[in-house]
Write a protein that binds this ligand. Structure first.
Ligand code: 5AD
Ligand code: SF4
Length: 486
């Protein structure tokens, strides 16, 4: 009889908030811990290791994390052997403050130090005590040392860790050097650094071999990507041409773009490479020159208009542009806000994400400008802009009525359960959701087998953020000419 005692399997619960970068970071951390024998658990009570991957972009996101940590106080008292960790942007920003506000937290790890997580968890478990790994502040050393302390964490990919194996994020750039006055990201994620193109291509090939059909390239200002090699500088357009050659990949997207760096070379690549989605997320933030100046965005409304003209000239009606806005930024007058409304009407974005200004300690605007627009005014401006955007989204979606779009099927929609029960005539079908090449969400009834496939869907109804359609089968589509849009 063997006397070997099997190693104890640890159970990990991880909660992720924030942007796609955070989702990718969590995927990487989970993959690295699984290699150490961890299993994922969706129950805090069951887990012996609890991680929060956090966001600092707005105060509300931080408040939610601190509340979630607060709810663990009693749990940790009952089970002191449980390891609680805070990772991501709030970890980098708040550092020791986290231990002060939640003294039962064991580890605090910034987004540039994620590779330390397995080791720090082990230390906390074996030796006790509180452990921290964070990057250097933007003025806390030599540029190279600061850069090294904000390292990209991209170990071996594990397809089982993604929400769907056929879609993957791929980091091409970390950090940000734009220093918009409201934004905490340059402090939490450190200096802008483009990853080595050979590493990016190798990772893309692995992803394609693992079944990824759609890759979304990630960077805070992804179209500013630059990598200076020994005898060659690589830009995003160069990367796109190379990624396009990888067998198995069907769609390549990139987010988030910076308006000033949306040049013809890149747009031409997007136009000429059929795998590149004609979808561009290029936050404008405000339609007022005076606000843009206070935000230190580095462009004027005229510059943004020129960029829209370049996009329309190069990609034509195929282009789908989306944007972000901050309403109620320091000193924003009603006239300045109305300039934003005007520009939204003019640019006709596919969709916009609208945020109420949230003052972030450590940013230039927090240091130098008052957060003086009352909350109620921010709320009203937010709703007003959203209404304008929604009306435009719905109007522009009309062009899809009666058309057939190609949809990469992502999975059952959130409402799928209800739908099946309601529709006894369609037994066996669920409501599925997917996206067009231009990033529009499509819902339709279909068999779950379709998940992961790219299929034609005929659109018969539209809403502001959704196209509603029906799967076009070979029989239905044969003999009739269908225009493929999106
Ligand atoms: N307050 C509100 N919104 C912000 N964003 C960034 N910083 C802030 C802030 N301090 C928004 C911007 C950005 C998006 C990711 O979050 O619109 O594009
Ligand atoms: Fe923040 Fe501006 Fe950098 Fe975007 S470009 S991450 S808004 S500093």
């Amino acid at each position: 009889m063997s006397t070997d005692v099997p190693a104890k399997t640890h159970k990990l619960y991880i909660e992720t908030v924030g942007c796609q970068m955070n989702m990718l970071d969590s995927e990487m951390v989970v993959a690295s811990l699984r290699r150490e024998g961890y299993e994922l658990s969706d129950n805090v009570g069951d887990a012996d290791t609890i991680l929060f991957n956090t966001c600092s972009v707005r105060e509300q996101a931080e408040n939610k994390t601190y509340s979630a940590l607060g709810r663990l106080r009693a749990e940790k008292k009952k089970n002191p052997e449980k390891i609680i960790g805070v990772m991501g942007c709030m970890a980098q920003k708040d550092q020791q403050l986290i231990f002060q506000r939640a003294p039962y937290v064991d580890i605090v790890v910034g987004p540039g130090q994620l590779k330390e997580i397995p080791c720090l968890i082990r230390k906390a478990r074996e030796e006790g005590g509180q452990h921290t790994a964070v990057g250097l502040g933007r003025t806390d050393g030599k540029v190279d040392d600061i850069k090294r302390s904000h390292e990209t964490f991209d170990p071996m990919r594990d397809p089982t860790m993604r929400p769907t194996p056929f879609q993957a994020f791929l980091r091409i750039q970390i950090g940000c050097d734009k220093f918009c006055t409201y934004c905490i990201v340059p402090m939490t994620r450190g200096p802008e650094q483009g990853r080595d193109p050979d590493m990016i291509l190798d990772e893309a090939k692995i992803l394609a071999d693992q079944g990824a059909k759609e890759i979304t390239l990630l960077g805070q200002t992804v179209n500013s990507y630059r990598h200076v090699g020994l005898n060659k500088t690589t830009r995003l357009a160069d990367l796109l041409y190379k990624l396009h050659d990888i067998n198995g990949l069907e769609r390549i997207k990139f987010v988030t773009s910076y308006p000033k760096d949306m040049d013809y070379e890149l747009l031409t690549a997007v136009r000429d490479l059929e795998k590149c989605s004609p979808y561009l997320h290029v936050p404008l933030q405000s339609g007022s020159d005076t606000v843009l100046k206070r935000m230190k965005r580095g462009y004027t409304v005229a510059d943004y208009r020129d960029m829209m003209a370049r996009i329309n000239e190069t990609l034509g009606s195929a282009a789908a542009v989306s944007s972000d806005f901050i309403v109620g930024f320091s000193g924003e007058t009603e006239d300045e806000f109305q300039d934003t409304v005007k520009l939204v009407k003019e640019c006709r974005f596919k969709n916009s994400f609208i945020f109420k200004y949230s003052e972030r300690p450590g940013t230039k605007s927090a240091e130098r400008m008052p957060d003086d627009v009352p909350f109620e005014v921010k709320k009203r401006r937010n709703n007003e802009l959203l209404d304008v955007q929604n009306a435009i989204s719905e109007e522009d979606n009309q062009k899809f009525l009666g058309e057939t779009v190609r949809v990469l099927v992502e999975g059952p929609s959130k409402r799928s359960g209800a739908k099946v029960n309601e529709r006894s005539d369609k037994a066996g079908l669920v409501q599925l959701t997917g996206r067009t090449h231009c990033d529009r969400i499509v819902v339709f009834d279909g068999n779950e087998r379709l998940v992961g496939q790219t299929i034609p869907v005929g659109i018969f109804e539209i809403a502001a953020h959704t196209l509603i359609g029906t799967v076009i089968t070979d029989n239905a589509s044969s003999g009739q000419s269908v225009t493929l849009m999106g």
